[in-house]
Design a protein around this ligand. Structure first.
Ligand SMILES: NC(=O)c1ccc[n+]([C@@H]2O[C@H](COP(=O)([O-])OP(=O)(O)OC[C@H]3O[C@@H](n4cnc5c(N)ncnc54)[C@H](OP(=O)(O)O)[C@@H]3O)[C@@H](O)[C@H]2O)c1
Length: 328
């Protein structure tokens, strides 16, 4: 089968399109004929050799697939060859065929194209898991969502608008993307270049109460402003550490304000845990895609032959929302 392969680890130059063996589905898995996948920031980190796939998962890049079922593995019921599906995969999305657990599959609503559907699993499930399942974000509450133009963060804004319409959303964004973030539904957009410490802006906006939830992938550099912006019983959910991994924490303040800091990853969770997350997402969020309340934002769709350009676009932060790679 055709796949994106790598000549070792490193920059864009290691990516190449070639031929490799087709995987075969094991117990509880299906083989998906992949139509499209999308680029996620962790793919770039994996390409650089700093984010290996969990043991047993494909070494090929790609955390999600959108396509049709080509074959059922042993013990799979409730699915048929030809079904239009999307799925999280531990790896292997940048290929003509990928194996996925049947318990991680979602049926693509008729109203969605394969390309739109290819944007859902990694970004929207990450946002949903951390904002709603872990963060327990409720309508009427206030959140800070960092990184307005990114895949996970645009997903988080759209999900919050759809599931908690009366919530208040503060989003940090690059100045070139602030207007689009605002149009997407953010109530307050903060220029992150001008305001590396956003505490005073948040305090003023919330009448000194602080926010209920922060979804953060910036890490060390934002720990102090995050904690100072978090209200009583607030939750800081950390899903990335792009600015570094070590920072000082005022434990007394955290204790007195009864705040929580929670670290979270999706990819390395056990199969049954991911199945529970997918089931909850299917129940609460997928109907919002089916009726097109939420429409994935595609900056550009590249063919597999141009996968280098797709990675370059993310590396240069030129995108707003998602970057799709069309496989077939
Ligand atoms: N833990 C998990 O389970 C999990 C799963 C998926 C992704 N992630 C992590 O989540 C992050 C986002 O992934 P993605 O696929 O959405 O990547 P992405 O599309 O490239 O989004 C990253 C965004 O970060 C923003 N950013 C950069 N510097 C910032 C700063 N100082 N303050 C605020 N925002 C800043 C940029 O926003 P602008 O566009 O406004 O410049 C950029 O668009 C990555 O760190 C990734 O590793 C974690």
């Amino acid at each position: 089968m055709k796949a994106v392969l790598m000549d070792g680890f490193g920059g864009l130059e290691v990516l190449k399109v070639g031929e490799t063996d087709k995987p075969s589905p094991q117990e509880g898995q299906v083989l998906v004929k992949v139509v499209a996948t999308s680029v996620n920031r962790p793919d770039l980190v994996q390409r650089e050799g700093k984010y290996p796939p969990p043991p047993g998962d494909s070494e090929i890049l790609g955390l999600e697939v959108s396509g049709t079922i080509a074959e059922l593995g042993p013990g799979v019921a409730g699915w048929a060859v030809g079904d239009r599906v999307i799925s999280l995969v531990g790896g292997g999305g940048y290929a003509e065929y990928a194996v996925a657990y049947a318990s991680h599959l979602m049926r693509i609503p008729d109203s969605l194209s394969f390309e739109e559907a290819a944007c859902i699993c990694e970004s929207y499930i990450t946002a949903f898991l951390n904002v709603f399942m872990i963060g327990d974000f409720q309508d009427g509450q206030t959140a800070i969502l960092h990184g307005g133009g990114g895949g996970v963060n645009t997903a988080a804004v759209q999900l919050c608008r759809a599931l908690t319409p009366n919530s208040r959303l503060i989003v940090t964004a690059h100045p070139s993307k602030m207007e689009r973030v605002s149009d997407l539904g953010a109530d307050l957009v903060i220029n992150y270049l001008e305001n590396p410490d956003f505490t005073d802006i948040v305090k003023e906006y919330t009448g000194k109460k602080g926010v209920n939830l922060i979804l953060d992938h910036v890490g060390a550099k934002y720990l102090a402003p995050n904690m100072n912006s978090l209200g009583y019983k607030g939750k800081l959910v950390i899903i990335g550490v792009i600015s570094g991994i070590k920072a000082e924490l005022n434990l007394a303040l955290m204790m007195v304000k009864r705040q929580q800091i929670i670290g979270s990853v999706l990819r390395s969770r056990p199969v049954p845990e991911k199945a529970e997350i997918v089931a909850e997402f299917t129940r609460r969020a997928l109907p919002k895609f089916a009726d097109r309340t939420i429409v994935p934002i595609i900056e550009k769709a590249f063919s597999i032959e141009n996968v280098v350009d797709a990675h370059r676009m993310m590396e240069e932060d030129k995108h707003f929302g998602k970057i799709v790679v069309k496989i077939t």
